[in-house]
Design a protein around this ligand. Sequence first.
Ligand code: PLP
Length: 469
Amino acid sequence: MPPDEFRQHAVQAVEWITEFLEQSEATRVFPSIRPGDIAAAIPGAPPDGPEPMEALLEDFRSIIVPGMNHWNHPSFFGYFSVSASGPGIIGELLASALNVNAMVWRSAPAAAELEDVATDWLRQLLGLPDAFEGVINDTASSSTMYALAAAREVTWPEAHSSGLFGLPRGRVYASEHAHSSVEKGVLALGLGQEGYRTIASDDGFAMKPDELEAAIEDDLNDGLRPCAIVATLGTTSTASVDPIRSIAAIAERHGIWLHVDAAYGGPVAMLPEERRWFDGWERADSIVVNPHKWLFTPIDCSVLFCRRPAILRQAFSIVPEYLRSSEQAESRSLMDYGISLGRRFRALKLWFVLRYFGRQGLVDRIREHLRIASELSDAIAADDGWEVCAPVHMGLVTFRRITGASAEEEDRANHAILEAVNSSGLAFMTHTVLDGRVVLRLAIGNIRTTEQHVMQTWSFLRNFANEMH
Ligand code: PLP
């Protein structure tokens, strides 16, 4: 693409982005389409010859954009609501222009060093001790699997050379509300489904430490090797917080690797008034925090902090001759911290976000999300026809319509309400199941979300539910 043509279309694209973000509310959140509609609107075979950029951008505007579930919409409240901020988008754009691959220092010196700096800044913002070394991965699923690989290295040192064959079996422990990525990691590392033991949670959906202790004792008596405990600060269904202090004490007593999944909840540690939830997390061996969830950084960006990075490197470091260089002793080789050799320059967007907002800007925005979540929770609790289903510690409110009908009918009513709001295009939400009952989730984490967006959605839900009768 000649420079003039590039400039023309790149400027058009940036203008489109600016308008899109400015008018993000003008689009539906969830599209009015069915599976297959988008693919059917696009030719089934690639073009033989070149196509003009105008045609590509036009199809982007007319097919792709209207066929999207818009995570950047201020009324996107599904899953864990995430958002790409302006500085994050610009960082992503520039990183793709550089297109470097920071596998070793020599392959991309500034990218490698900026990853050290940006993750260390984040560590400081989160109030973690400087023993924690950060590395950026694509997702929390990868970060957690890498942490478990380090734990496996400690539990079965002999497995590094001979594999797990013939060795005593082991276990990874996590609450019944832990994210599925923990079990996936266990499976990927060859520990098997039986290598994963879930621990019961209390009324607030937080792990019960006494049950954890009992499970470990039980397994030790059976000759199993406890491998790792995963505690979650901000679980996926309800944003519940496992009692990290008690769990850390158990992990230390038994010498078990403690991994903390703070993929969603981590940024809340920046707020002094919420710090109590994190008391003890500094005793973990590894912690994952996803700036692409609640830190306004475009997907993907997951930071794995490790207090024993040498073990993480031991699990993954293989340096072939063609990647050896003279600076290896004085610099980090990021390829040594996980499976991927090649890695995107994700540190740039994170650095831009941290600098553009600063500590105060980030704290103000997260604090406002917590305030809105608490307002919504109060409004729901004040309405006889609804109930809040879990304590609201973070930006997530879980609730459901109560009709007094049978459990099945009430569940159906809640599904119908969810379907109605999503098909309205006004807002997007998801659901979960708690104690066997269908529950609606409204997650507040988008940088453009205001109280008005949330309350407008609450009004819609109430009006729809009232009209159902
Ligand atoms: N941990 C928690 C608590 C989550 O809620 C999620 C996803 O929502 C994950 C881990 C997995 O995150 P990722 O999509 O980055 O793998």
